[in-house]
Design a protein around this ligand. Sequence first.
Ligand code: HEC
Ligand code: HEC
Ligand code: HEC
Ligand code: HEC
Ligand code: HEC
Length: 543
Amino acid sequence: MSMVTKFVLWSLLLLALVGITGSRAIWNNQNSDSEDFTYWQGQYKDVAESLATDSAVKQATRDSLIEVKQVTVGQFTVTQQDGTSQQRVDRCQSCHIGLLNPQMTAENIIRTVDGKTVTTEEVPKYLEEHPKTLRIIKTIGAHPGISVEGEGARDLGVIHGEKFTYGLATEKSLTAADFTDYGLQKTNLKQHPFPTFGCTTCHYGSGRELIEKNAHGDPERWLSPMLAAKYMEAACAQCHAQFDKTKLSVAYLPSMTTIARGEKLFRDKACYGCHKIEGLSKGNIGPELTYEGRTAVPETIEHQLWDPRYKTASCSMPYFFAYREHNTDDPDRIKDIVDARADELKKTGGQANIENPEIRESLERHGYVPNGKAQEDVDALVTFIASQTGNNYASSASSRMTEIAAYNGAQPEKVDVTVASGKKLFEESGCYACHAVGNPDHKGKSMDDPAYKGGVAGPELTWEGSRHSTQWLVEHYENPQAFVPSSIMPIFPFSDTQRKALSLYDQSLRPTGTKTVDPVVDMPSTQMKSLGAQTPDVATMTR
Ligand code: HEC
Ligand code: HEC
Ligand code: HEC
Ligand code: HEC
Ligand code: HEC
């Protein structure tokens, strides 16, 4: 025997051994209550065979091998938590075997498995009452967005609508709104063929794993979890986020409305003032979030947003989405309601219905009531933050460097120094996230003033013009911490003219007919400055 033949024979033998022990290991690893891929492929064979109308297809389905199905995705490597890359190998199709078979609709699977004929309209209700069948459909059903060629515009897919939590769309959908919703949500799979994209590019999860709970992921065991459907645009953004040099912001596909909303909120809620994201924001009070989507999972990001103090009791990040009910820092006052809005939420049932018990518990411990209207904003922000992986398949590393350089090198805009441009800047810069402003001429409680709006993390600015001179205000914008050492107000990257315009607007906030503040009164004299004083009157700066 030649060396080559010997080698080949030996490797074949070895391979066979690996095959046997390998699959043993897989089998032994199963929990008795969870079905493995061989089970799902068996289920699929039964259903697909009975649905096949062509005898050749029937035979081929019957004869198909039960085996691990795997795609190796050459183009899109996985970036690990530590930044290193790994080849993407996805075995999800070992269980999700019917994804490309257009016959695997909910209706067909129900008919085959349960022997019941249900119409499209009846699918959601039926599945609500038959969780076992739902589980089978989720596993071996056709993938949303698969179009059936040659059968007109028949389009299959999972829809998640308001009243329609689960179902497969065939020719039509339940309501026009659901149909539109689906049109927006579905992903054209012709543009993303499985052999090129695998599954984990869009779903995350741990592609190599063959056990359901491992494949779907578990951060506690270092297995990357799948993205919940509501956060999926974070994955799409890896390929569909284009830096726009003229606006120094990111453009997404028109259908990616959640993440676009998240990016807007990142500005409106002043997150950008405290957090740096390379190429997008320069904040430096909180931790950098450039790689947050790689090092944190959506659940912890969500926790941070509802309850910023859940990890660190002294965290200065404001509660943007919850109101303070009582003062937990002072045990004597624990019964006092400190924010009327929290009381209102509790009374009217406007409190958010948070599923995660850990989030509920920590909010309660800190005395905060989550705002029910904030859920969509929180989801959008989580999606946006989770998309920050520092990784973009659509742009090369060098063009990313160019984008970052363009952002870092950009000078803040020059504006007209007028009240109007200051007001515009105030509205666009996220100031309302921390400051409330009302009508200075309003008599009575601020809450009853229809013009009153804004947050409470900073002082109310309705009478700011009666409190400080423009000179004080400009210097405060340059460095709030020089005036109030522990201030959480960020240093915003404004130009001189922007700071002046803002100060003019602030000055306009005072009751009609009252005078502005003379700098002599509220700026320290040169002599006081030389003694280290920043301001003569710290007491007026209440929180
Ligand atoms: C061992 C079999 C198995 C493997 C491997 C597997 N899954 Fe699943 N998957 C299931 C089952 C079973 C369900 C239905 C879960 C249920 O009961 O709702 C499911 C559900 C899902 C769902 C729907 C989740 C939901 O709650 O609506 C998605 C998405 C999904 N899998 C994606 C993946 C991806 C991506 C991979 C590869 C990383 C993968 N699966 C690997 C068995 C598997
Ligand atoms: C181009 C992105 C993309 C790729 C690639 C992709 N999916 Fe999906 N998948 C989606 C979207 C979007 C949905 C619908 C999400 C939603 O609303 O539930 C979905 C839904 C699903 C569902 C049903 C989820 C449910 O809620 O019931 C399963 C199961 C699934 N995908 C598995 C896979 C598997 C397995 C692969 C790899 C063979 C894969 N997907 C590849 C984007 C993708
Ligand atoms: C790994 C990269 C990647 C991911 C992840 C990805 N796509 Fe794509 N997508 C592509 C590529 C490549 C194309 C085809 C080239 C093109 O037309 O831009 C494409 C095309 C599209 C198109 C058609 C674009 C057009 O202009 O016609 C849509 C819509 C789309 N993707 C939506 C999504 C959605 C929604 C998701 C998330 C569920 C997603 N994609 C995830 C790479 C990706
Ligand atoms: C006043 C400054 C400030 C503002 C405004 C702010 N944050 Fe934070 N943020 C912080 C600080 C400080 C921490 C560190 C908390 C800790 O260590 O527990 C933090 C932590 C975080 C974290 C967790 C980071 C990590 O890896 O531990 C996330 C995510 C986050 N912020 C997102 C946001 C978002 C989104 C917004 C806007 C809605 C926002 N932040 C607004 C100061 C701020
Ligand atoms: C993260 C919360 C936060 C954001 C965002 C924020 N501020 Fe502040 N701001 C504060 C706090 C807290 C103070 C009180 C401590 C201090 O003076 O620095 C303050 C103080 C001020 C004062 C002085 C009030 C006084 O009379 O003492 C002005 C004026 C002001 N902010 C304007 C703005 C403007 C304009 C923006 C938007 C560009 C803004 N702030 C954004 C938290 C914030």
